[in-house]
Design a protein around this ligand. Structure first.
Ligand code: ADP
Ligand SMILES: Cc1ncc(COP(=O)(O)OP(=O)(O)O)c(N)n1
Length: 274
């Protein structure tokens, strides 16, 4: 049996909805062996982020070395990187180990407003990491910070995707979850020349914690399975749509998405069989 392997370089979410927990659950659901290099520990639940505790640089570097020296991931994703120092180490290791299937989710701020990336690290993300990315997956606020644009229309989003593409990312997925002006949710995939529009029904729910992590982890898992980027992004869109629609409804605040939902549908099971 061929084993597909993927690595997430991200923060821990104690509540299990975002960060490495969301990534590893998504990898597993998509039939991919998951590995993780932790950048920070966060104390989080559905009500918000109560604490952020970055790891020492040496701890991040050693995790990446331990994985790189032995386990050859077929695809790698980054999530919460927190500081310019951590970004520098990650970029260095990506180059040393030749991790070309790199998905960069430019995580900056949690939905509740807590900072997951220091402001001074944004420039490092742009100059050190985006040029190494196969796919970058900004949401609208992240794209605004990366580009300096104010995004209020689909045309603005296309322009932001063009600018992020010009920063060196081979593909850009401009996610549309934050654009509540349209009935559906439109994600744009830009390959440097053309746009592919992926539209789905907007789910009215407060349980969207970890949508970005889960979506980018699904793209990464599919790349690890050998899929091309457009196909990987289509599957990720279906995965996140199912995960939002079949909500778990846990916690008093913004609950996590349902990582079981996509496979339950594939198997034809009802979601209360979790
Ligand atoms: N209410 C929703 N209904 C359906 N899909 C959604 C909804 N909110 C987000 N998504 C999808 O979840 C993914 C993440 O979207 P977005 O909210 O833009 O990013 P983030 O979670 O990083 O803030 C995208 O694929 C988007 O289309
Ligand atoms: C540890 C950690 N990493 C990333 C996030 C942000 O995740 P995201 O998928 O963007 O979801 P929201 O936090 O915006 O709901 C996080 N919260 N924690």
């Amino acid at each position: 049996m061929k084993i597909f392997k993927a690595l997430t370089i991200a923060g821990s979410d104690s509540g299990g909805g975002a960060g490495i927990q969301a990534d590893l659950k998504t990898f597993q659901e998509l039939g991919v062996y998951g590995m993780s290099a932790l950048t920070a520990v966060t104390a989080q639940n559905t009500l918000g982020v109560q604490g952020v505790y970055p790891l020492e640089m040496e701890a991040v570097a050693q995790q990446l070395t331990s994985i790189g020296d032995d386990l050859q991931p077929a695809a790698v994703k980054t999530g919460m990187l927190f500081s310019a120092d951590i970004i520098r180490i990650v970029a260095e290791k990506v180059k040393v180990y030749g991790w070309t299937n790199l998905v960069v989710d430019p995580v900056m701020v949690a939905k509740g407003g807590s900072k997951l990336l220091q402001q001074e690290a944004v420039q490092s993300l742009i100059t050190s990491l985006l040029p190494l990315a196969l796919v970058t997956t900004p949401n609208i606020p992240e794209a605004e910070i990366l580009t300096g644009l104010t995004i209020s229309s689909l045309h603005d989003r296309e322009e932001a995707a063009r600018r992020i593409s010009a920063m060196g990312s081979r593909y850009v997925v401009m996610k549309g979850g934050h654009d509540s002006s349209s009935e559906g949710v439109i994600d744009l995939l830009f390959d440097g020349h053309e746009f592919l529009y992926l539209e789905s029904k907007r789910v009215e729910t407060r349980h969207t914690h970890g949508t970005g992590c889960t979506f980018s982890a699904a793209v990464t898992a599919e790349l690890a399975r050998g899929k091309a980027v457009p196909e990987a992004v289509r599957t990720a869109k279906a995965f996140i749509q199912a995960a939002i629609e079949d909500e778990l409804g846990i916690g008093a605040g913004h609950g996590p998405t349902n990582h079981f939902a996509y496979q339950n549908r594939v198997r034809g099971e009802h979601h209360d069989t979790i």
